[in-house]
Design a protein around this ligand. Structure first.
Ligand code: NAD
Length: 297
């Protein structure tokens, strides 16, 4: 299959391209390298990947690359919550207007399958022990979350079959340090023998999903999906205090945990119901938090 991956040089993109190449696909990466390095994907060029330096905000640039593709996987986005607070219009330009360009280009080029990355940030605040379903009321609290929600609404307005994957908290190798999630930050603290710093009381929950599960969910969507919106997570939340204790125990080091004041805009509880993705796209999260062990080495 010929597959175009927007944002293919980013954290998820690199893992995905590697996986899709192994499955024998022909890949084009479309990225403006605003949050990635062009050199970091040189090894893909040797494997026959076409790399296009382009911006999804420029319709003609994306349209040109969609011609003759079978599948488009749209990962390009402004992903930083704090940057979205400082400059909401740029986040909306990329995440909403850019996605509209991508969709219009897919329509004109008759792309058979479109898969788009959304985020758990669209749900905003939820209640402890209540699992978020795809039809749970959305209430994003950051401009980033709002941009992803408006993006989803624009997609549904457009009459094109499309699979939206709402990723929860992803962990794995290669996250950009400044946007890294808490697991990556704890790994850094543990490897430098520093105490683990937690924002707030640590009772906030998160549903962590391994990058390998995320990549397989995209492949499940390629194989089994047509049109729909799915939570991609582990389906099981953990408090940040529990996570810190678990990671310290995995490391077998004697490290302290300390708490500082809460981060502005932090969601309190987040846990996904993943039954829809299990039933419809046959997504099975095979790996769990134990995978952190391999990252601690
Ligand atoms: N990483 C996570 O935990 C997570 C969670 C939920 C959702 N997501 C979503 O998954 C997708 C990929 O996330 P990621 O973690 O790989 O992010 P990333 O920033 O590592 O990758 C995104 C890529 O898009 C590129 N890009 C940004 N603006 C662009 C533009 N205007 N034109 C072309 N390319 C552009 C960046 O240079 C980068 O290489 C995003 O849509 C993000 O919102 C990620």
């Amino acid at each position: 299959m010929k597959i175009l991956v927007t944002g293919g040089a980013g954290f998820i993109g690199k893992h995905l391209v590697n996986y899709l190449l192994d499955k024998g696909n022909i890949i084009t990466i479309f990225d403006n390298f605003s949050n990635s390095e062009e050199q970091s994907i040189n090894h893909f060029i040797k494997k026959g990947v076409k790399v296009v330096n382009g911006d999804i905000r420029k319709f003609k640039e994306i349209l040109k690359e969609t011609v003759d593709q079978d599948i488009l996987i749209h990962l390009a986005a402004k992903i930083s919550v704090s940057e979205s607070i400082l400059n909401p219009s740029e986040t909306f330009e990329v995440n909403v207007d850019g996605t509209k360009n991508v969709l219009e280009a897919c329509k004109r080029s008759n792309i058979k399958k479109v898969i788009i990355a959304s985020s758990a940030a669209i749900y905003g605040e939820s209640v402890p022990k209540i699992k978020l379903k795809e039809n749970t009321k959305t209430n994003p609290i950051s401009p980033y979350g709002k941009s992803k929600l408006v993006m989803e609404q624009e997609i549904r307005k457009n009459n094109i079959d499309c699979i939206i994957l709402r990723f929860f908290n992803i962990f794995g190798i290669g996250q950009t340090p400044e946007y890294a999630g808490v697991i990556t930050k704890f790994i850094e603290m543990i490897s430098t023998n520093k105490p683990l710093k937690i924002f707030g009381d640590g009772m906030q929950t998160r549903d962590f999903v391994s990058i390998n599960n995320v990549i397989e969910s995209i492949y499940d969507a390629i194989k089994n999906g047509k049109n729909g919106t799915y939570n991609i997570a582990s389906g099981k939340a953990i408090t940040i205090n529990e996570l810190a204790e678990f990671m310290i125990s995995l490391s077998k080091k004697d490290l302290e945990i300390y708490h500082i004041s809460e981060k502005h805009g932090d969601i309190r509880y987040s846990e996904a119901d993943i039954s829809l993705a299990k039933n419809e796209i046959k997504y099975v999260p095979k790996l769990g938090l134990n995978e952190i062990k391999t990252l601690l080495k």
